[in-house]
Ligand binder design. Structure first.
Ligand code: 13P
Ligand code: SF4
Length: 311
């Protein structure tokens, strides 16, 4: 079966089963093309919460599919490959986080959505890169804040808000692999280029940016900007939607250091999903995301607080 035939079969199965496919911008082009909605973490959560589909196939990583299930428990949520995890989420084990919270009981905990359902269940409020600034600013001055698990996003928020937050020591292996030296060399070759960086990146790379924001806001920036050349420091899958949104503009993927697994800026977890696995998952209705109800209820609260602040 060729790619087009496979896509057609997926589209037919979606109709028969009253299913939708939600895909993150980091997914392969072919997966984005069969998706009903492609978006960032916040947009995908909002879509998951409002759909009346019987099945959501989540073309993304495990914590995203879990968030969809937490928000829409009546829906069967499938993930094409259960091993599609996240290095950032893995850097924060639920038991360690519970102890950390116990040791800082006076702190309110703002937790980035890239974490497990159990970690969410131990949190006060969730955020994504789209709304993190707004959420930190919503906490009254003087209330101590604990921010987990991404220390780079945390440092960025500290610099923007002046709030002295206690940071968990976690990071994303993709966004911390951008090479400062290669990026500055590239900037010399393309002095007219605007530099866009995701806030999960390290401070020295963020300091080079003309724009810092979530994947969705980066696409929006490129669309609206008068500039014609952009260097993009986030996972390379975003270039597909970006080039559709801003045809004719020159988009250059920021280079990663040599010693990461591929010297590219691909997320090995996001790329575990393939069109073939997506088809098999929809046909067999497995692997399915299952969360104990007690944890789901606890994890829902801080997500709902985020949703209320994101309207
Ligand atoms: P956003 O798409 O919400 O900006 O998140 C990026 C990311 O790394 C997801 O894992
Ligand atoms: Fe996790 Fe980083 Fe991959 Fe996003 S890009 S899923 S934060 S490892």
């Amino acid at each position: 079966m060729n790619e087009e035939q496979l896509k057609e079969k997926i589209r037919l199965l979606k109709q028969q089963k009253h299913a939708i496919i939600l895909a993150h911008y980091y997914q392969d082009k072919a997966i984005q093309e069969v998706a009903d909605f492609v978006g960032d973490s916040l947009g995908l959560s909002q879509q998951a919460a409002r759909t009346d589909a019987a099945i959501i196939v989540f073309a993304g990583v495990h914590f995203m599919a879990e968030t969809a299930k937490i928000l829409n428990p009546a829906c069967k949520v499938l993930l094409p490959d259960l091993d599609a995890g996240c290095s950032l989420s893995d850097s924060c084990r639920a038991e360690d986080f519970r102890v950390f919270r116990e040791n800082h009981r006076d702190h309110i905990s703002i937790t980035y959505i890239n974490c497990s359902a159990e970690v969410k269940a131990h949190s006060d409020i969730i955020c994504t890169s789209s709304n993190a600034l707004k959420i930190v600013q919503s906490i009254p001055d003087g209330t101590p804040i604990l921010f987990a698990p991404d220390k780079n996003l945390g440092k960025y928020l500290v610099s923007k808000t002046g709030r002295d937050m206690l940071l968990w020591d976690g990071a994303c292996e993709v966004h911390t692999a951008f090479s400062y030296d290669k990026l500055t060399a590239l900037m010399k070759r393309f002095p007219e280029a605007r530099i866009l960086v995701h806030p999960e990146s390290e401070t020295q790379v963020l300091d080079l940016a003309d724009f810092i924001g979530s994947t969705a806001s980066m696409i929006d920036y490129v669309k609206r900007s008068n500039a014609s050349t952009f260097i993009i420091a986030t996972e390379a899958g975003i270039l597909h939607e970006m080039s559709k949104a801003a045809p004719g503009k020159t988009l250059i993927a920021a280079p990663a250091v040599e010693n990461n697994s591929c010297a590219c800026s691909e997320c090995r977890f996001m790329k575990m999903n393939t069109l073939e696995k997506l088809y098999a998952c929809l046909e067999n209705e497995t692997p399915e995301i299952d969360i104990p109800e007690e944890i789901r209820i606890k994890a829902l609260k801080p997500i709902e607080r985020m949703m209320e602040l994101s309207i």
